[in-house]
Design a protein around this ligand. Structure first.
Ligand code: ADP
Length: 224
């Protein structure tokens, strides 16, 4: 089943009196449960593609379908709900709230749900799976870079999203730590059956995905 479809998606930003085209007529399909690496040089449009897939940015033209829905036809409020339920994000920087503990950070996306006790159970279970069962009450400042990123992985999965999006998730980590974080992402992706789309510069990381797509100057390189 296709999880997400881009049909002729373009993105243009205004730039002074001119405009900057960042994505050019990109068409692609992500299948449910697959893992896809998005590669390409800096400035090629990789983050923009991921942000449109994550419904954080709107395309200038073309159509996006996620789980058989056009997310951009929803009201802002409905889109926020759809995003919260359907899409998990892991950024290069962990984006954790400094005043919240690991457990509280993982629970943030569940605050709108009514079933507190099952949300708390799931947060405990995910934090255990990422090896942080003994760090539940630690705030981000008391965690290492790798541990913060593992909290971010648990937070991204708390609502059982269909899509897990990662933008250079190991870009700020040393090689050894990055390797362990990657193992964790793949292990959880397999367990949860989530579709994983990841922007990366790292060839050895990209080699582990089911598919690799390359963006060059906003266009998909179909020779890859
Ligand atoms: P990549 O992730 O491949 O490095 P990006 O998608 O981040 O590329 O950016 C592609 C181009 O779009 C860059 O030239 C960047 O400066 C430009 N860009 C990204 N976001 C914006 C924005 N909000 N406004 C204007 N230009 C932007």
């Amino acid at each position: 089943m296709s999880q997400a479809i881009f049909d002729g998606v373009s993105k243009t930003y205004p730039s002074g009196t001119d405009s900057l085209t960042v994505l050019r007529d990109v068409s692609l399909t992500f299948q449910a449960g697959e893992s896809v690496a998005i590669m390409g040089p800096s400035g090629a449009g990789k983050s923009t593609l991921l942000n449109i897939l994550g419904t954080l940015e709107t395309p200038t033209s073309g159509h996006v379908t996620i789980n058989q829905h056009d997310p951009f036809s929803l009201s802002e409020k409905a889109l926020a709900g759809f995003r919260n339920e359907s899409i998990g994000f892991i950024f290069q920087d962990h984006h954790l709230l400094p005043q919240c503990t690991a457990l509280e950070n993982v629970l943030l996306p569940t605050l709108v749900s009514s079933d507190r006790s099952s949300a708390i159970d799931r947060a405990h279970s995910l934090l255990e799976k990422v090896g942080l069962a003994d760090r539940l009450d630690h705030k981000p400042a008391a965690l290492s870079g790798g541990e913060r990123q593992r909290v971010a992985i648990a937070r991204a999965l708390i609502n059982r999203p269909a899509l897990l999006l990662a933008d250079e998730p190991t870009g700020n980590l040393d090689r050894g730590t990055a390797g362990r974080v990657v193992e964790m992402i793949f292990e959880l992706q397999r367990q949860e059956g989530v579709t994983l789309v990841c922007v990366t510069h790292d060839d050895s990381l990209a080699a582990r995905f089911d598919r690799r797509l390359e963006l060059v100057d906003g266009s998909l390189n179909t020779n890859k």
